[in-house]
Write a protein that binds this ligand. Structure first.
Ligand code: PEP
Length: 235
């Protein structure tokens, strides 16, 4: 089983979600499908799709105007959340410790966190890719994480939304680093997704790379004619 997760970012509508869920319901795929949607669209998923948020607060509750807690997300019936997405790390200056706090609260509230890690173009150019990935994984996984109770997504920040696909070797190398660290930490059952500029044209090849257990899809998850062929491309 592969995991195909969509990140709608600040796009979509309840109507679009209804339409997408209807189409996914007719698919009968053996793969797990997740849609991370804006907070206002959160709801329970169904047999064919899990619904998730795109972030949760690093605080339990209190005077944090505009924030949404993990408990509030769980109350909507949603069951997943992204954490440490590149755009959130940039907008909120999140450190790995902040991401771990968000993931900790997600787990505490029975949400499945998808913890995103990845290097910027400058970090890659400076030869820091391995270090950034390693620190991202080691420092963003919270102490309450259980084997298989969270997902890691490798998202090279220079490729997200850019229409750039890393080479097979670059993806394989990053996923091997993550797999080795997860094994060493006792998280051998944890899925590792690849994310950044995935389309139906490259998804089959990407998902056939060793240690790639699925994909996190941004832009191409918004239209069923783009997203469904990605799910169907699993070999
Ligand atoms: C993302 O936002 O997680 C992402 C992978 O975006 P895109 O597929 O558009 O690059």
């Amino acid at each position: 089983m592969k995991i195909i997760a969509g990140n709608w970012k600040m796009n979509g509508s309840r109507e679009l979600l209804d339409e997408m869920m209807g189409a996914l319901g007719e698919l009968h795929t053996e793969n797990r499908v997740i849609l991370c949607v804006p907070y206002t669209m959160l709801r329970s998923g169904d047999v064919s799709v899990m619904i998730g948020a795109q972030n949760v607060s690093k605080y339990d509750s209190g005077a944090h105007t505009g924030e949404i807690s993990a408990e509030m997300v769980a109350e909507t019936g949603a069951s997943v959340t992204l954490g440490g997405h590149s755009e959130c790390r940039a907008a909120q200056q999140d450190t790995n410790a902040d991401v771990a706090k968000r993931a900790e609260l997600a787990i505490k509230n029975d949400l499945l966190p998808i913890i995103c890690v990845g290097e910027t173009a400058d970090e890659r150019d400076a030869g820091l890719t391995h270090k950034i990935i390693e620190q991202g994984v080691r420092e963003s996984i919270p102490a309450n994480a259980k084997n298989g109770g969270f997902i890691v997504a490798y998202e090279p920040r220079w490729a997200i939304g850019a229409g750039i696909t890393p080479t097979t070797e670059q993806i394989a190398e990053a996923h091997k680093i993550i797999r080795d660290i997860l094994d060493e930490m006792g998280f051998a059952e944890t899925y590792i997704l690849y994310g950044a500029s995935v389309t139906s044209a490259n998804s089959a090849e990407i998902m056939s790379i060793k240690n790639v257990d699925g994909v996190l899809v941004g832009g191409a998850s918004l239209k069923k004619d783009d997203f469904i062929p990605i799910i169907q491309s699993v070999k």
